[in-house]
Design a protein around this ligand. Structure first.
Ligand code: HEC
Length: 317
């Protein structure tokens, strides 16, 4: 890894490349050794949906969560590790457990920007399990939203995790794609089903920024990552042409993945990110050739650009 000093010395060269009209991809990369890292503990949550967390008979924390205490107000690394292990071994919340699957996954997270792009770097050790559900060895995903998605502020990935989504307990024969509660006329214990608000209201929500944007990379060792992105509101809208880039490497059992996109965003379903705001962030990892609910997800974390009191402050590098 380049040191700060080398990097500063190299800057004139980068400028020269720009002047020479080289593609932006050939500019110098972020110096990750200079970016602070935090470990986020992701949980294996099985069928513990948004609605499950709110239900007193199912979840011990339900009443206090309803009363205003956020997930991380009760769940720290230790509790996620303990509760996740309980879920992953199989039972009411995981009727189809994967042999040997750990109940939690620590992910080292760094966030930075280079003045034009926001970059997330995620690192984790593969679990060594293989569910054979997918030809893709792993997926690394990041979700971003803003204060208008209150569930994301308070519960991270759970904002989109409803009881009637595919693979969840109330999916039945007509599973929903991931969605936000704001898109439904009402939500019950089994989720919001097909009770969609009128399209004009959903269009308004999209225009107001009430959506959950996702970035993802499909990963196989030795192959280039395949980037994708989209947004979740009434359902999952995958972008036809990705505006997110991915880089990945796999060594010694550890994945290193960098996901990035323009700070300015690419139109509807992607926010223009600016200093001053706090953006809720969620991180999800599918490890061991899994898909759907057999993944690891994060509770609420926050991101700000340049300065602020967020979990991650993306500074210019
Ligand atoms: C007031 C504290 C509190 C809050 C807030 C809270 N929880 Fe919990 N949660 C608990 C307790 C207590 C347990 C049970 C732990 C045990 O049995 O070992 C638990 C268990 C769980 C489990 C493990 C499943 C199980 O059967 O034990 C999951 C998953 C979970 N919580 C997710 C969440 C999510 C997601 C949120 C936010 C939406 C949340 N919790 C908010 C207290 C809380």
């Amino acid at each position: 890894m380049t040191s700060n000093r080398t990097r500063v010395a190299l800057r004139p060269l980068a400028l020269a490349c720009l002047l020479a009209g080289l593609p932006a991809g050939q500019s110098l990369a972020v110096d990750w050794s200079a970016v602070p890292a935090k470990t986020v503990t992701l949980a294996y949550a099985g069928q513990a949906s948004w609605e499950w967390t709110l239900t007193k008979n199912d979840h011990e924390g339900a009443e206090k969560f309803r009363g205003g205490k956020d997930c991380r107000g009760c769940h720290d690394h230790e509790s996620i590790a303990k509760d996740g292990a309980k879920v992953a071994k199989g039972g009411k919340l995981e009727p189809a457990p994967i042999a040997g699957k750990p109940g939690h996954l620590p992910v080292k997270v760094q966030v930075a920007h280079d003045g034009s792009k926001l970059l997330f770097r995620l690192q984790w050790k593969e679990t060594g399990t293989n569910a054979n559900q997918s030809e893709v060895a792993a997926h690394a995903s990041v979700m971003l939203s803003d204060a208008s998605v209150k569930e994301a502020v308070r519960a991270g990935c759970w904002a989109a995790c409803h009881d009637d989504v595919e693979g969840m307990a109330s999916a039945g024969t007509a599973p929903q794609e991931k969605y936000l509660g704001a898109s439904r006329a009402k939500l019950g214990r089994s989720g919001g089903g097909a009770n969609l608000k009128p399209q004009a209201e959903i269009d308004k929500l999209l225009a107001a920024g009430t959506f959950l944007e996702y970035w993802t990379a499909a990963l196989n060792p030795g192959k280039p990552p395949v980037a994708g992105n989209g947004y979740i509101l009434d359902k999952t809208h995958a972008a036809a042409t990705p505006s997110v880039s991915a880089e990945a490497s796999f060594a010694g059992g550890e994945w290193t993945v960098v996901l990035s996109r323009a700070l300015a965003g690419a139109g509807p379903g992607q926010k223009s990110l600016a200093a001053g705001a706090a953006y809720p962030v969620g991180i999800a990892i599918h490890d061991g050739s899994t898909k759907g609910r057999w993944h690891y997800v994060s509770m609420e974390h926050s991101l700000s650009i340049d300065s602020g009191a967020a979990d991650f402050v993306a500074k210019k590098n």
